[in-house]
Ligand binder design. Structure first.
Ligand code: PLP
Length: 286
């Protein structure tokens, strides 16, 4: 089946979907994005993802290209036209097309909007989760506004490629104090020897992941304690469990850090329980 993308008001064949060479997303990474999980043909946590989109756009002074209700229609239509039951829907908004110049273009310049949807194999994701994944650690080298979900992802791309080369799934950025910030495209968590779930506060240094926010509620439902504080790589190596979270991977156990096993080197019960319970707590709207 041929894929369809939404580009600036039109549904077009994916293979022909394009934006102008002077789109500011292309020229300056001057834009933001969101990724929502699609499960059973429906978006997971759409409300929170749209809230974060509005925040990201506000932080870089791009206006919302259309009302949220209309955006919801476009997201659903893109999922429907691509017949995605399980997978992701991707949305990108940039400052639009204008003659290349660092200054913002004329305020009348319409933002560009692109939506794509892609299916993934749930069985493969479950197989990954049953095995767990490895992470490497790399020095934090990103700007300090990683709270904005910008398409400027070069440090993340380089770190994740380094992870792949090392046979790992994810790279954890580590700040100057030796504390883990987050992964290249995921939030980072550990479960201490005492059974406490620990993740870095979202006030600085990380993206406030939507999956992260929902996992707090999942933990509450399971009567598990979460501590919001930074943890070091040494603490992670001594932890009972570790895991990563993102809309595209939900809760994924981490079983190796820089080649060293975490706990017994197998997915642990806390990550498993959070993963199994996640969709009972996440919001799904029609
Ligand atoms: N941190 C970074 C840098 C990310 O790119 C992502 C997702 O893409 C996340 C965390 C997880 O965010 P979410 O749970 O909203 O997908």
């Amino acid at each position: 089946m041929s894929r369809i993308a939404y580009v600036n008001g039109l549904y077009v064949p994916h293979a022909e979907a394009a934006v102008h060479v002077e789109d500011r997303g292309y020229q300056f990474a001057d834009g933001v994005y969101e990724v929502c999980e699609v499960r059973g043909g429906k978006m997971v946590d759409e409300r929170r993802h749209m809230q974060r989109l509005v925040r990201s756009l506000g932080e870089i002074h791009i206006r919302l290209p259309m009302p949220l209700a209309a955006l919801g229609v476009v997201l659903r239509e893109t999922i429907r036209r691509n017949r995605v039951r399980d997978g992701i829907v991707y949305l990108q908004v940039t400052r639009g097309v204008a003659r290349r110049d660092h200054y913002f273009p004329d305020p009348s310049t319409p933002p560009s909007i692109v939506v794509t949807a892609r299916a993934s194999d749930p069985a493969r994701a479950e197989a990954s989760a049953a095995q767990g994944v490895g992470v490497i650690t790399v020095p934090e080298n990103r700007w300090d506004r990683v709270d904005i979900k910008t398409v400027g992802l070069l440090p993340n791309v380089l770190a994740k490629e380094q992870a792949k080369t090392a046979g790992a799934r994810e790279a954890w950025f580590v700040d100057k104090e030796g504390r883990v910030t987050e992964g290249g495209s995921t939030n980072a968590w550990i479960v201490t020897a005492e059974g406490r779930i620990v993740t870095r506060p979202a006030e600085a240094g990380i993206l406030r992941g939507i999956t992260r926010t929902v996992v707090f509620e999942v933990a509450e439902k399971l009567q598990l304690r979460v501590e919001e504080r930074a943890f070091t790589v040494a603490e992670a190596l001594a932890a009972r469990e570790a895991f990563i979270t993102a809309a595209s991977t939900v809760v994924m156990p981490v079983v190796r850090i820089d080649g060293h096993p975490v706990g017994e080197g197998r997915p642990g019960p806390v990550a498993r329980a959070l993963r199994e319970t996640f969709h009972q707590v996440a919001e799904v709207a029609d």
